[in-house]
Write a protein that binds this ligand. Structure first.
Ligand code: UDP
Ligand code: MG
Length: 334
């Protein structure tokens, strides 16, 4: 028997007492059918129900089940992060505990992984049992993220995915706090592919993503991967400035040559207001550019991810090399 399991399944758990037995049954049935070794790493994200007791009991019965118990609710993305930190499989699958992501799909993912892909993500073709509000906001969210972010984050794709050990190691090397994991996975690169599936309704219980958490999640996605909101200012500033500058000759001609009087002589004030507004927004934009760079530096993301090196003297066993920003890099002259 090898030291570590071939596959690790990560499931974040927040008040899922009604789903845990079914999750275990279905995951173990699917994973046993591979004929290879596996572990199920669950992260109890501060559940207030019997989830932890149920998970511990399962773990005592079946040593392949592991439980990381959070001291309080830290949120879905951090639960997944902790799960990933605690895996040792060659391939790692992240799955929701409510069985909205069918474990049976893992077999297809494994097949793609064996064919050479490093990330196999599951694309939702259809979503069952969700409110029109959730469907609408999710659709809007994925399209917005797709348009304004700098990395290609696939549409309609959640965290249900298989990742090669190299990718997990790279993810684990990223210390940023506000984590949008699917964005980070895309950022890392490697060979990625998607498979489609129908997202089922929740087995039991209610969504643990109320509007407040959804908004926070969306903000993490946008701020983590895009400076678009900071760039908008410069466009608005140009529009205001252009309006002011266009207005000056038009008003002058109308007033001086044709003798029209507008808004009781307030026009100059309005033009001034537009100009000052344009200036202020422009310098806010500049300020934003500095803030963005500070953010980039403090986040501590690796500068790049190396997939492999060829032709170096010592061939090392580790293939992923991440260079932290603390290592000084020669900066190109600009
Ligand atoms: N979850 C978590 N912490 C939270 C919220 C959710 O660990 O604060 C888990 C939850 O138990 C589930 C997964 O994250 O396994 C996805 O949550 P949910 O099904 O509520 O989200 P939805 O499918 O409605 O988007
Ligand atoms: Mg769910």
């Amino acid at each position: 028997m090898s030291e570590h399991p071939r596959y690790s399944i990560v499931a974040p758990i927040y008040n899922e007492e009604g789903n845990i037995q079914k999750l275990y049954d279905r995951v173990s049935q699917v994973m046993d059918s591979t004929g290879e070794s596996w572990e199920l790493v669950t992260v109890n994200d501060g559940s207030r129900d019997k989830s932890f007791e149920l998970l511990s009991a399962l773990s005592h019965k079946d040593s392949r089940i592991k439980v990381v118990n959070f001291a309080r609710n830290f949120g879905h993305q951090l639960a997944v992060t902790a799960g990933l930190h605690n895996t040792s499989g060659d391939a790692v699958v992240v799955i929701d505990a409510d069985l909205q992501d069918p474990p049976e799909l893992i077999l297809d993912m494994i097949e793609r992984w064996k064919a050479g892909y490093h990330v196999v993500y599951a694309v939702r073709q259809e979503r069952k049992g969700e409110s029109w509000f959730k469907l609408f906001t999710a659709k809007l969210f994925y399209r917005l993220i797709y348009r304004i972010t700098d990395v290609d984050i696939p549409l309609d794709t959640g965290d249900f995915r298989l990742m090669d050990r190299k990718v997990v190691d790279a993810l684990n090397s990223m210390p940023e706090h506000n984590r949008f994991i699917r964005g980070l996975t895309s950022w890392i690169g490697f060979k990625q592919t998607g498979i489609t599936y129908v997202r089922e309704a929740r087995e039991w219980g209610e969504t643990k993503y109320p509007l407040k958490k959804m908004v926070r999640f969306a903000m993490d996605a946008v701020t983590g991967f895009s400076y678009f909101p900071l760039q908008v200012m410069v466009y608005v500033s140009f529009v205001l400035g252009a309006l002011a500058i266009l207005a000056i000759p038009i008003i002058a001609i109308l007033r001086l040559i044709l003798g029209f009087q507008f808004l009781g002589g307030q026009v100059t004030n309005i033009i001034l207001l537009l100009l000052v507004g344009a200036f202020q927004l422009f310098f806010l934009f500049i300020l934003g550019q500095y803030v963005a760079r500070i953010y980039d530096e403090t986040r501590g993301r690796p500068l790049y991810i190396v997939a492999e090196k060829v032709g170096f003297d010592e061939t090392t066993a580790t293939i992923v090399e991440t260079t932290k920003q603390t290592v000084p890099e020669p900066q190109p002259e600009s």
